[in-house]
Design a protein around this ligand. Structure first.
Ligand code: GLP
Length: 259
């Protein structure tokens, strides 16, 4: 796992968008895997800015979100569908018909999970998966204990996650279950970028990058992926033991690219 020490949260967001831009230049109909939460908001802002400036276009791309709450009415502002509409679809040229989320309102959630996996496969698989990380090390809604071989399915949210997500529900109770891509689904992406910002993520980042591979920290499964980079701001990176190494490696890699 490559750890990229970023100057701040905006630098992390810009580096993520640089990767999206480079991918779209090479493959305009690329398939992106996308996260929600507060961390990626800067990234969505930058995507919208570059789209308006004409340096990037999502017109031919497809997107697959990691997860969606179960049981929210259509258009509920706390739903991830509403989040994506607000932050990406309304602000870029991404076609709504090419923006997919797990069907959290489906009657048959097992069938909906299978269909989501099929849809990703039919689209050719995910070229670039962007992730955030939960305080407890979750990715998507794969809470601690999730099988490292899990696929899209229903997950019960942990109390820590419910407490963290209450902010999106105006103080009301957030939904307690969600449909989420599994860890194996995520690991099938050709490339993965995880953005981590803020001191509250420092423990999870250390566990993920330097702790043991363990279902107790679902993000540690990314250690099994050969093309994963973590974009961390100084606060999120503050507890990493091998920071010096990451710094040195980053400088040498940059020199190699510039050479
Ligand atoms: C939610 C999402 C995750 C996200 C996490 C962190 O639980 N399901 O995909 O990474 O929150 O969110 P935030 O960026 O708001 O800390």
């Amino acid at each position: 796992m490559e750890v990229v020490l970023c100057q701040d949260a905006s630098d992390a967001a810009c580096r993520a968008v640089d990767a999206v831009e480079a991918l779209l230049r090479e493959k305009p109909d690329a398939v992106l895997g996308l996260p929600t939460g507060s961390t990626p908001l800067l990234m969505y802002g930058e995507l919208a800015r570059r789209c308006a400036a004409g340096t990037l276009s999502l017109a031919k791309a497809s997107t697959f979100n990691l997860d969606e709450y179960i049981g929210l009415p259509e258009g509920h502002p706390g739903s991830y569908a509403a989040y994506m509409k607000r932050n990406l679809i309304d602000k870029t040229d991404l076609r709504i018909s090419h923006a997919f989320l797990p069907a959290g309102r489906a009657k048959d959630l097992e069938a909906a999970s299978r269909e989501y996996e099929d849809r990703i496969r039919t689209a050719g698989g995910i070229d670039l998966q962007i992730l955030g990380i939960g305080l407890n090390g979750h990715i998507g809604f794969n809470e601690p204990g999730s099988s490292l071989k899990s696929r899209t399915r229903v997950k019960t949210l942990s109390s820590a996650t419910l407490a963290a997500n209450i902010k999106d529900f105006d103080g009301a109770e957030p939904p307690t279950m969600a449909l989420t891509m599994g860890i194996a689904t995520i690991l099938e992406a050709r490339r993965i970028l995880l953005i981590a910002t803020g001191a509250s993520k420092a423990d999870a980042v250390r566990e993920m990058a330097e702790g043991p591979l363990s279902a107790n920290c679902p993000a540690s499964a990314l250690q099994l992926h050969e093309k994963t980079a973590v974009l961390a701001d100084p606060s999120a990176a503050s507890l990493l033991k091998n920071k010096d190494y990451y710094q040195r490696s980053q400088a040498l890699q940059a020199r190699l690219k510039g050479a």
